[in-house]
Design a protein around this ligand. Sequence first.
Ligand code: G6P
Ligand code: MG
Length: 212
Amino acid sequence: KVKACLFDLDGVIVDTAKYHYIAWKELANNMGFDFTLEDNERLKGVSRMTSLDILLSIGNIEKSEEEKLALATLKNEKYLSYILKMGPEEILPGTRDFLELLKKEGIKIALGSASKNAMTILERLELTPYFEAIIDGTKVSKAKPDPEVFLKGAEALGVAPMDCVVFEDAEAGVDAALAGGMKCVGIGKEDVLGKAHLVVEGLHKMDMQKLS
Ligand code: G6P
Ligand code: MG
């Protein structure tokens, strides 16, 4: 029986990828190279510093650690300027209804995200009260596909991994859930997320019956 649901944030609850994209693209353009939407796919579920490394490799640019920190800070300032304008209207379809349903059924809810901006985003979306535990990029040392983020979430909820379901839009996130011994629902396309127990287009298409 499912006792807890653990949600990734970016791409599952809200489409922040478009804001990450604008901010990274601006950074790339300022350094003299282009950054495409296809390139942006490679950054999904990946931490901020690793994302920057990928971006720099696309531009064939080398930077010192100090310069990298400055660039990552600059990118995050741009990103935050968009995030801070978000509101509940940007919550992806079906999310709030699904969270309400879980609450009614007594299923515990946690967040498992690589983002250091997760708290800010949940606040902007007015979703914070649904989450009994929030494990984000400030609380983990190992990035997905390592299961740390989800195992910490399950532990905080006091639920065994085998009784948890993870909702993820990134392949690395699906791998993390499976490595943690959890069930996983992929949010997106079957060809990318095929390893998940179930793949749905979005939370508006989710039906808990399909999991049992
Ligand atoms: C999520 C997103 C990634 C992002 C990462 C870190 O996993 O899918 O695209 O790079 O969070 O986000 P942050 O808000 O800390 O820069
Ligand atoms: Mg994601």
